[in-house]
Design a protein around this ligand. Sequence first.
Ligand code: CXF
Ligand code: ZN
Length: 406
Amino acid sequence: TTEGKPILCKAAVARKAREPLVIEEITVAPPMPSEVRIRVICSSLCHSDITFLNLQVPPAIFPRILGHEATGVVESVGKDVTEVRKGDVVITVFLPECGECIDCKSSKSNRCSIFPFKVSPWMPRHGTSRFTDKNGEIISHFLFISSFSEYTVVDIANIIKIDPEIPPDRACLLGCGVSTGKFLSQLLYTRTTFLLKNANKYFKHILYRVGAAWRTAGVEPGSTVAIFGLGSIGLAVAEGARLCGATKIIGVDVNPEKFEIGKKFGVTDFVHAGECEDKPVSQVIIEMTGGGADYCFECVGTASLVHEAYASCRKGWGKTIVLGVDKPGARINLSSHEVLHDGKCLMGSLFGGLKPKSHVPILLKRYVEKELQLDEFVTHEVEFKDINKAFDLLSTGKCLRCVIWM
Ligand code: CXF
Ligand code: ZN
């Protein structure tokens, strides 16, 4: 048994900014109290992995093991771990949920205050690394997960036990990007349970959509939605908006091929950014919606696009939601008068506002019941040794999710 001992294994190490990952032998220390060591089965690539590989100035940190959307098997557990045991199948989530603090207990928040989210090089609870290279040098963690390694150590606050029957290459998607976009449909679900006890099946379905829309981000039937960026997050948002009954779901992307795939998720109209005859995209959307979309979602991770999304939403009640991840420090430039006069709402949403431990299992259940799409996000898969191909595919926009098999 390897329990309590260091494990020698292979990991893809980010050694230098903008350079391919290097597969090398590393040592993974045993888990400390409340931590779990897992054997990674597979891991999907999220755009944040690329963003942080490409960082050349602080908070850039190298060497580092990237990767944060993973499915794995528990190899051993640290002291005080009762939630999972050796052999359990788990997925990782970058957002911690301790379940005990005032924020975890509140239904209004997904921001644990005991383990506040940050992009740290260390483990959340003990503030140290479990990885060393063959020269004994410390390797940094990423988003508390670091799944581009055959073995990794993750805090129990970042782990969700799943049904081992669920395909690992689908479950892993829910650790970050796809869940972030799915929040509309998730909220939809929680709203309905009590409303519908006695309704028949068909009626249930209708109310279930209506109730959700009414309660949450407020995407009501008949509303208009504009989605900037049709990657995994944007497409997941489109599906949520469709379930909420939005009638016009405008997808905006620089790649016109995204319209075809977008239709499968609910996109009804397409704006080809960069080809709008000198008109800003916001102007085009204002014309298409007779004054601005009710809900705009920035799903690219470009600060200037947040401004464009904000400008595209309707004065008086429009709501813009930032889901994309720009480089740390990127600024949004809004004039105080524009904000004052417009009367719009601008909000950010980490992990789509989902509470990882409570809500991800609901998303998984809905996937199993064929109510939510996951299969359609996986457009590519590669073996671990070819991990750099996944980076090429995603950074050139050729894939949605690429699964890396260990
Ligand atoms: C993101 C969330 C915002 C900071 C960087 C990482 N999460 C996952 O991709
Ligand atoms: Zn991510």
